[in-house]
Design a protein around this ligand. Structure first.
Ligand code: FES
Ligand SMILES: [Fe+2]
Length: 347
């Protein structure tokens, strides 16, 4: 049985996915309905009426309340039933689970635990995601048929670039010229690659004259449960990093259930700010990399262990070989386990 970290923020969706009809999405194995209150702020309810279990997302909105489409019970954003069309009395138990939800950085975040414990200070910083002065981003989403921690393994260990991403980012061996380090800062992990004095990889073409080299970096930041920021950058060899470029990316994974993951990604640039062609070129590149390259590999690897996990085993029982380069993923798994264990210990 999958255990999730409860007291943390999960990305429910991009803010612009929550339109007038709201957004129905499975999160942590639960159907969730996210919608907007009259003041524009998001609210989230379990998408299951307590009467005969109709999805509330099929219902109508009445101000800040949601009216079930099946027999008309009306629920406020706190999950309390406000109206029973068949009697004055509101039956005991006529409540639906409500979640704390916040919109920040163009993202709607959902708190996995008791709404009273929701702490907005714990939302990781993705301030680069929305378009802003001198900044423009592209965004995407894909549903991955694998447990979310297998997605974390992939992102925290970018050594796979050389093998999986031959059709997109493959760097002609640059990873092998790199130094990899993993460090922990509080409950934030960093898995960083530093590749000095290398021929420019695909992302850095045009940065230096023919025959010159660059310093290249890939820096991944992880926050529980699986919210990651990747900085991809390069500068002429020996020049300050501010002389080159840095493309911050969001890679945020939210479990739909034990076997499926919502994968949200974005990339922000500081050039070609009005170019829809550049938008499309970036989207095409990322779709190739994530949908056509990462996703089939992660799904196939997960399919190979899934049945064993079902019968009570876990990732470690599969005795995964360690190559050292994978320590970012390993540390993320261990830290998340510790955090989940801490919650279990404290009820
Ligand atoms: S199922 Fe919602 S009111 Fe009956
Ligand atoms: Fe990848």
């Amino acid at each position: 049985m999958q255990r999730y970290l409860r007291n943390c923020w999960y990305m429910a969706g991009w803010a612009d996915e929550v339109g007038p009809l709201g957004l129905a999405r499975q999160i942590l194995g639960m159907p969730v309905f996210v919608y907007r209150l009259a003041d524009g702020s998001p609210a989230a309810l379990l998408d299951r009426c307590p009467h005969r279990f109709a999805p509330l997302s099929m219902g109508e909105r009445d101000g800040d309340a949601v009216v079930c489409a099946y027999h008309g019970l009306r629920f406020g954003p706190d999950g309390q039933c406000l109206h029973n069309p068949f009697a004055q009395r509101i039956p005991a138990g006529a409540t639906v689970r409500a979640f704390a939800a916040i919109e920040r950085d163009g993202i709607v975040w959902l708190w996995g635990g008791d709404p009273g414990a929701a702490d907005p200070a714990l939302i990781p910083d993705f301030g680069f995601v929305p378009d802003g002065p001198g900044r423009r981003s592209v965004r995407g989403y894909t549903l991955m048929k694998a447990n979310y921690e297998y997605g974390t393994d992939n992102l925290m260990d970018l050594s796979h670039i050389e093998f999986v991403h031959k059709g997109s980012f493959a760097g002609d061996g640059v990873i092998f010229a790199g130094e990899h380090s993993v460090r922990q800062d509080g409950e934030t992990l960093h898995s960083d690659w530093w590749m000095p004095n290398i021929p420019p990889p695909m992302v850095a073409q045009g940065l230096v004259a023919a025959g010159e080299t660059v310093d290249h970096w890939l820096r991944m930041r992880w926050n529980a449960p699986a919210s990651m920021r990747l900085d991809v950058g390069a500068t002429p060899h020996g020049a300050p990093q501010s002389h080159g470029f840095d493309i911050p990316q969001a890679h945020i994974l939210t479990p739909a259930n034990a076997d499926e993951t919502h994968y949200f990604w974005s990339a922000s640039r500081n050039h070609d700010l009005n170019s829809t062609e550049t938008d499309q070129a970036m989207i095409d590149l990322f779709r190739q990399a994530f949908d056509a390259e990462d996703k089939p590999m992660i799904e196939a690897a997960y399919a190979n262990v899934k049945d064993n996990l079902r019968s009570g085993g876990d990732f470690w029982a599969e005795k995964p070989l360690s190559l050292g380069i994978d320590q970012g993923g390993t540390r993320a798994r261990r830290l998340l386990e510790k955090m989940i264990g801490g919650e279990a210990a404290h009820g």
